[in-house]
Design a protein around this ligand. Structure first.
Ligand code: AMP
Length: 373
């Protein structure tokens, strides 16, 4: 395969899997499946659009009688209010008593798979099996067994061989992965009230970054009464930190939801040594890294008055009571402040004066970020 970088829309991709590797994996899958099904006539069901190339090469490699069909699911996440999966192209007719083998291009978190299983479990097929050409085992939720796998791949964003980035790239014969070298990932550091959220709002526009505020995600979950929200509420109400296991998983989930981001601003994360280490390991597994941790510095008394003022407008209960605010500062001093040394050791820690006009502070932060490039 040629080693050239390619550009699709605004992103650069680098070669990842050559045509030979892909076809070799498909031949193996075809042999395995033939072993199990050559004595009957299975129906292979490709999942559009991504699987069209895989289905084509797979069928050429499968040398026994079989039928082929396709399904296409809407991009709607989860189930509809009626509990019915929305399909744009439905399951084939006349599948009563037949063996179905679903051909998927890639299984990552398992969201689409859940919809497929839901769809096929309502039919009168004899059985259905799942075959996926690519499989991201690191992030798969493990809910259903995957019966046949072509290639296990790490959790990177891929295009080509049927897979797209905003519809481009499907016609490439090879698979490419996102070239992350242009990415900027920032940690905004500082006590409650230091202005992390406000500044993140400006920086995400200026540098085209995805802003993840763990506090905002918790508040969103509390507002919507989710399990996560119920769990977090008691801690947040007291001004305590939510346990690491919960927060780390949630953060990973937020990053996974944005595979095409050109970088992230982590606001309010990490707040403990365990979170900082988990973030480093997680980013490394995705060929990413924290590029800079920037602290917004301000004195406690100024922060307390800012937070009380904010509490009047936002109604946030943890901003309305000085003792809760002081408790959050204590949590910060004990658990979060030591991260300064962690990032200093990596040569990534930068300090910025957080007192002044909002735009002036954005300028100070931009000076640090521009020097990273
Ligand atoms: P914030 O909006 O960042 O001030 O966060 C509000 C509250 O959410 C905190 O006081 C914690 O209870 C909780 N929280 C937010 N981020 C984290 C985190 N990284 N670790 C633990 N708890 C967090």
């Amino acid at each position: 395969m040629n080693g050239k970088l390619i550009k699709l829309h605004d992103k650069v991709f680098k070669p990842f899997l050559g045509e030979d590797r892909i076809l070799e994996a498909i031949n193996k899958m075809a042999d395995q499946i033939a072993n199990d099904y050559k004595d009957e006539v299975p129906i292979f069901v490709g999942v559009l659009n991504g699987a069209f190339m895989f289905v084509s090469d797979f069928l050429k490699a499968y040398q026994y009688p079989c039928e082929v069909s396709f399904v296409r699911l809407s991009s709607y996440q989860g189930l509809t209010s009626t509990g019915i999966v929305e399909t744009l192209l439905d399951v084939p007719e006349n599948i009563e008593g037949r063996s179905i083998i679903i051909l998927e291009d890639v299984i990552d978190t398992g969201r689409t798979l859940k919809k497929l299983v839901h769809l096929f479990s309502q039919t009168n097929a004899k059985e259905f099996k799942i075959a996926s050409l690519f499989y991201k085992s690191e992030i798969y939720n493990g809910e259903y067994a995957i019966d046949y796998v072509g290639l296990e791949i790490p959790d990177t964003f891929i295009v080509g061989y049927g897979l797209d980035y905003n519809e481009l790239g499907r016609n490439l014969r090879e698979v490419y992965q996102l070239n992350q070298t242009n990415m900027i990932n920032l940690v905004l550091f500082g006590k409650p009230g230091a202005g992390k959220g406000t500044q993140a709002g400006f920086l995400k526009e200026k540098y085209n970054l995805k802003h993840i505020s763990t506090g905002d995600v918790f508040r969103y979950n509390i507002k919507n009464g989710t399990e996560l929200g119920k769990l977090a509420k008691s801690y947040i109400d007291k001004g305590d930190l939510v346990p690491d296991e919960v927060t780390i998983d949630m953060l990973k989930d937020e990053v996974e939801k944005n595979p095409q981001a050109s970088g992230f601003i982590f606001d309010g994360f990490p707040r403990t040594a365990a979170q900082a280490e988990a973030l480093d390991n997680f980013l490394e597994s995705k060929d990413m890294q924290v590029d800079a941790t920037i602290a917004l510095e301000a004195e406690d008394d100024i922060l307390v008055s800012r937070l009380l003022e904010r509490g009047k407008e936002s109604g946030r209960s943890d901003d309305q009571d000085e003792s809760k605010i002081r408790n959050r500062f204590d949590e910060y001093n004990q658990k979060t402040a030591p991260l300064k040394a962690y990032y200093e050791k990596q040569g990534k820690f930068h300090s910025v004066n957080g007192i002044g006009e909002i735009l002036e502070i954005t300028e100070r932060l931009s000076t640090v970020i521009d020097a990273l490039a």
